[in-house]
Design a protein around this ligand. Sequence first.
Ligand code: RAT
Ligand code: ZN
Length: 411
Amino acid sequence: MPHAPSRKQLHTLVSGVLNKTPLVDLHTHLYDPALGPVLLWGIDELVTYHYLVAEFFRARPDFGYDAFWALSKTDQADLIWRELFVLRSPLSEACRGVLTVLHRLGLDTKTKDLKQARRYFQKRKARDYVDQVLKEANIKRLYMTNDPMDPLEAPGWEKGFDRDPRFLGVLRLDSAIMNWPDGASRLRAMGYAVDDGLTGNTLSQIRRYLNTWCDRFDARYMAISLPPTFRYPDIHSPLTTLITKTVIPVAAERDIPVAMMIGVKKLVNPALRLAGDSVGKSDIDTVEALARDFGNIRFLLTMLARENMHELCIAARKFKNITPFGCWWFLNNPSLINEITRMRLETLGLSFVPQHSDARVLDQLIYKWAHSRTIIGEALTDKYADLCATGWLPTKSEIERDVKQLFDIAL
Ligand code: RAT
Ligand code: ZN
């Protein structure tokens, strides 16, 4: 009988498989390079990531919000770099991420200014850099966040372009249906004859909008981020009505999943702009009721509050049409990824998607995936070690199969 491997041997095996397997990124804010400048990359974008903007104001509470936003992007980056990387140690996860990127690109991380990095990026071309980053991060496919109402990306889609098959389309719903009737005038401007009231005709026009744009994006799923107050059933809520009477029927007809990201309190501090959103505890009964009443829909589900993570695992045990995914935003920290991944493995086996990057800047794929692979590798190693203790010995090909089941979601 073969000997049980030591933890060290198992770890080498598991992390080797994880690092070598090209993974799929289920949710990003990255774009097909053919869409042009809407795809963000490079040092100034990295350093002005909204996670770091929030941290800048922790370091400099004396600095005015308006004064910060009035600066050019380069000046904002210089200021953030000085405050968070030069005047104090960059210990936070978002700061560490910038350093991981620079390090992996072969740049000096302990510099007083960003000149060296700027020189490096000036020499890069977007398309080649996409190849370089996807290779370094070992990501084979990623899902975008496509918004028909985004003036920066919509014209590109209307014109049409040759798709990069690694960048898959996702119809984002927030701009059209959140805080109804906010989206009504935008829909009318796009040629959809909607009223502010949710009449039968309005609902059918919105379904037409969803179908038209799912076609145009070749959308693999539709996605929405929801506040902690979101409830189903709720006959008084326009949002709930729009989800049940437009999004869900269109998803059913097209046989595509609906992704719900629940728990964001938008703009609790508007002065922080993109960095101004917060977290709230959401309602798991709502998730269970949706999964029960719409058993024909696959719900990709993530929640923002740590407090919701355990009950989401249990809801997924009860409803096969719920797929928990990722450690979202404020949960995308090593200590929490560790806790959440172990809990999911223990309650769901391999039937969840451990992580997505949420990258807004291309280069972030490098750090978000490097950091997550490390933590997930530790958690998996311990789980296989527990099996070894029973005499069950995993083979390399079984580990490869398992990693593929976890990450290789095909939609
Ligand atoms: O993680 C983020 O960058 C957030 O600002 C949001 O984009 C969130 O992930 C979302 O998709 O709404
Ligand atoms: Zn996101």
